[in-house]
Design a protein around this ligand. Structure first.
Ligand code: ADP
Ligand code: MG
Length: 269
């Protein structure tokens, strides 16, 4: 149960812990993502944000704690098994096949994100080609939605970094996700793509899509998220609505501590 709302959260993380050769990257972290919400995960560099979602999504084995998704304990599941259950993510650095067309990248993503019964492959070639046709139509729909439909047949390698991020976003949608986890969706992208990603998150959330996202652009997090979770040195520093987080002295300290020290040094130089 979610501690505040009393409703069952879509994602419940309890006591998540991960240590890398002596460094505790994530330390007994609790995290709830309520269905239909957008939750932001922020914190200074090295505070454990990426490790947290790597553990949640099965890309890194946690040392301790539990992850519950849609009511089931998924703590030891593989990324593929989690994707089949509807938990899909993007990476800080885009992972796509550059030599393949944009559309084919989405079709490949769908095959890895969804479970197809083995007999779909052998029962009838007509059925397979029907499935393929439907997948391509669906992929085209997602590419139009993210705003790069005209590049469907282009090799992905010709796209700008921001456009590739949109491809990665569309690839997520091929998994028919219940939860989309985004690791720094805005990093390295231009203002036009930032606007598109921003609109997309709102549009999809308006349709009920749940998001958990890490983003350095704090304004973006504050604008989109109902709840912001702040990490510091692998631990929960605080969580709450944007208005409370924005003015929390502990958050300002965690973020601005180093910066303030440098500024003072610079001023006094
Ligand atoms: P963030 O995403 O908040 O910047 P990370 O989760 O990447 O932080 O890192 C948290 C801490 O764990 C850092 O001290 C980082 O150096 C360490 N860390 C992350 N991944 C590894 C790894 N694969 N091996 C060793 N240390 C790691
Ligand atoms: Mg990171």
């Amino acid at each position: 149960m979610s501690p505040r709302t009393g409703t069952q959260s879509l994602l419940q993380v309890r006591g998540l812990t991960k240590t890398f050769s002596g460094i505790t990257a994530v330390n007994r972290l609790d995290l709830d993502v309520e269905a239909g919400s957008i939750v932001g995960l922020i914190g200074p560099n090295g505070s454990g944000k990426s490790t947290t979602i790597d553990c949640i999504t099965g890309f890194t084995p946690a040392d301790g704690g539990r992850v519950l998704f849609d009511g089931a304990d998924v703590s030891r599941k593989s990324p593929e098994a989690l994707a089949e259950l509807g938990m899909v993510r993007t990476f800080q650095n885009v992972r796509i096949y550059e030599g393949m067309s944009v559309l084919d990248n989405l079709v490949v993503a769908a095959r890895s994100l969804r479970r197809y019964p083995w007999w779909e492959q052998v029962v009838s070639s007509r059925r397979v080609s029907r499935l393929e046709h439907d997948l391509r139509q669906e992929a085209l729909g997602h590419l139009d939605l993210v705003g790069i439909g005209k590049y469907a047949d282009a090799p992905t390698g010709i796209l700008s970094y921001g456009q590739r991020k949109l491809v990665a976003f569309a690839m997520c949608l091929m998994g028919k996700p219940k939860l989309i986890i985004l690791d720094e969706p805005l990093a390295g992208v231009n203002p036009t793509v930032i606007r598109r990603i921003s609109e997309l998150i709102d549009e999809l959330n308006g349709l009920g899509q749940t998001f958990l996202m890490i983003e350095h652009n704090v304004d973006f997090i504050m604008r989109h998220c109902a709840k912001v979770v702040v990490l510091e040195q692998g631990q929960l520093l605080t969580e709450g609505p944007p208005a409370a987080i924005r003015t929390d002295p502990r958050v300002l300290e965690a973020y601005l501590g180093d910066y303030a020290a440098h500024s003072v040094e610079a001023l006094n130089a």
